[in-house]
Design a protein around this ligand. Sequence first.
Ligand SMILES: *Cc1c(COP(=O)(O)O)cnc(C)c1O
Length: 388
Amino acid sequence: MNFLLDELATLKSGNLYRTLKQIDGSQAARTIVDGRDCILLSSNNYLGLTEHPEIKAAMKEAIERWGAGSGGSRLINGNLGPHVELEREIARFKGTEAAIVFNTGYMANVGVITALTGKEDVIISDELNHASIIDGCRLSRAEVKIYRHKDMNHLQEILQQTRKYRRRLIITDGVFSMDGDIAPLPEISALADKYEAIVMVDDAHATGVLGNRGTGTAEYFGLEGKIPIQMGTLSKALGSCGAYVAGQFELIDFLRNKARSFIFSTALPPAVIAASIAAIKVVRNHPEIRKKLWENACYLRAGLEKQGYRILAGESPIIPVFIGDETKTMQLTNCILEKGVYVSGIRPPTVPPGTSRIRVTVMAIHSREDLDEALDAFKQAGKETGVI
Ligand SMILES: *Cc1c(COP(=O)(O)O)cnc(C)c1O
C-alpha cells in the first residue's frame, strides 16, 4: 500500500491536497466552520430553503407518518406515497408529462446517459460540463465528442461529422457550476432540430433559480416543451436531496426500466422526499425569495468588481473570482476565512489548470450587513495577499 503515501505526497507538493472542513451549524447566512463563526458564501442553498420552517415541518410530519428509511428500492418495496406525489409535483412544476426521481444528481446523470446511449451512439458534450456527466459518458461506452465551452460553431462542426451514429445526444449544464454562466440553449436546441440530435440539459444550479417561475433554463429562454430531457437537482436551491429527470411519459417509463442507478439503489427516505415536495411549493408560492437572491447576487458581484477583482462573466448567484494560480487561490481563500468569511477555493481537477478561482455563492437569506462585511474581508485579504 506504499503507493498511497506517494500519491498523497504528489498531491501535497502540487498544492492539490484536499481536506474536509467541519461545519457545526446549518447552511444559514452565518455558520461555524472549523470552530470559527463565519459568513457562509459557499453554499448551494441559494434560496435558503434548508432553513425554511414549512419545509422542516413537512420533514418532521413525514417521519411520524412514514418512518425513517424507505426500506428498499423503488421497484421493489420503496415506492412510498411521497415518492409518487413528488414525481407528480415535479412534472407539474416543469410542465412535462412525467418525471422520475433519482437519489442524487450524480446518479441521475450517470443513470440517464448510460440508459440512453451505447456503443452505436455519440454524446456531444460541453467542455465545462459537470463531472457526473463526464462519468456518465465514460460508463456509457458511447463515442464522446467535446465542444469548446458554449462554442456553437464547434458544436455544428461536430454535428456535421457525426451523421453515421444511431443516436446523437447533446448534453449541457444549464448554469455552469464553476463559472456561473448560462448555456446558449436556444442555439443548441435549433442545431439539434436541424441535425436530428437529442438535447439534455442539467439544471442542477438553475432549478429554483432561473426563469420567472424558477423552473430552470428552458423557462428562462422560453423553450418550454422544446427540451426533451431536463435533469435537475433537489439538493441545491431546493435545499433537500435528490434529483429529477422531467420529460415525456415514454422517456420516464424507459428510465424506470433501464436506468441502473435508479433500479439498484434504495429509495430516498420519505422525510427527504417530503422536504422536496414542500420546497417546490415554496418556490411556486414565494417568488420574492428568488428576487432577493438576484438582488444579493448583483450587489456582491458589483462590490467585488469595484474592489478590482476579476469576476468571470456570469449571470447567476455563482460569482467566480478569477485568480489563476492554485497556490495564490488557496492563500487568499484562507486569508478570507481568517477574517470570518467562508468561500471555496476551486482548483484542478475541478477546473482546468491555471484557472483556479474562488467560487462565491450568495443566498437569498444574506442581509446587506452580511454582504458588506464579506466585501470588507475580501478587500483586506486581497491587499494582504497582493491579489488586488
Ligand atoms: C451538483 C451537480 C450535480 C450533482 O448533483 P448532486 O445532487 O449533488 O449529486 C450534477 N450536475 C451539476 C451541474 C451539478 O452542479
